[in-house]
Design a protein around this ligand. Structure first.
Ligand SMILES: Cc1cc2nc3c(=O)[nH]c(=O)nc-3n(C[C@H](O)[C@H](O)[C@H](O)COP(=O)(O)O)c2cc1C
Length: 167
């Protein structure tokens, strides 16, 4: 059972959570729900509000969906779902229905979409989008992440709700 918690009370080893545990960004065009694995992102405060920032390359199906949507969610899973996250990070929603293929169960948090199998879900409303373009890179080594010029779009989302599963 999920319990809603406030951003102020949220505690976690956030760097390990994002980089090592990974998470799924879910965007929808109201027809298709598509989870995409991510290991880069940040949590913080912007414009006086708690925000979750994700970065999505312009080649991802998720990018097309995010462009059409006002919101997205970030779902974290227990470690036994590592294979599911790997699948969602290796296959595109353009080619497969990842919900069907992974057996994930969609859970509606009001208008936001997460998963029954998740243990932590951030429901976010898009606040801003920024192209991370090479002329803005100060560290020269960053460019090596973009051999194919598939630059990230950075989406900052206001965290509207956080749900944690009771154990
Ligand atoms: C561990 C892991 C982390 C990833 N992190 C990101 C990320 O932060 N941003 C991104 O654009 N792609 C990331 N990817 C790649 C996408 O998940 C992958 O290309 C996926 O197939 C895109 O799905 P989509 O086309 O349905 O959006 C990651 C993949 C893995 C396995």
């Amino acid at each position: 059972m999920f319990t809603q918690i406030s951003a102020a009370s949220f505690e976690s080893r956030i760097f390990s959570l994002i980089k090592n545990q990974w998470f799924c960004i879910t965007a929808t065009d109201n027809e298709h729900i598509n989870p995409m694995t991510a290991a880069w992102g940040s949590l913080g405060v912007m414009w006086n509000r708690p925000v979750f920032t994700v970065v999505v390359r312009n080649t991802r199906h998720t990018f097309s969906l995010l462009e059409k949507s006002d919101s997205f969610s970030c779902s974290f899973f227990p470690k036994e779902y590592r294979d599911v996250l790997t699948y969602c990070g290796r296959h595109s929603g353009r080619d497969v229905d990842k919900i069907k293929e992974t057996g994930l169960t969609v859970h509606h948090f009001d208008s936001f979409i997460g998963y029954e199998e998740a243990d932590l879900v951030f429901c976010c409303r898009k606040a801003s989008r920024t192209l991370l373009s090479p002329d803005q890179f100060i560290d020269d080594t960053i460019i090596h992440h973009y051999e194919h010029e598939d630059y990230h779009i950075q989406y900052m989302g206001y965290i509207e709700k956080i749900y944690r599963k009771e154990v």
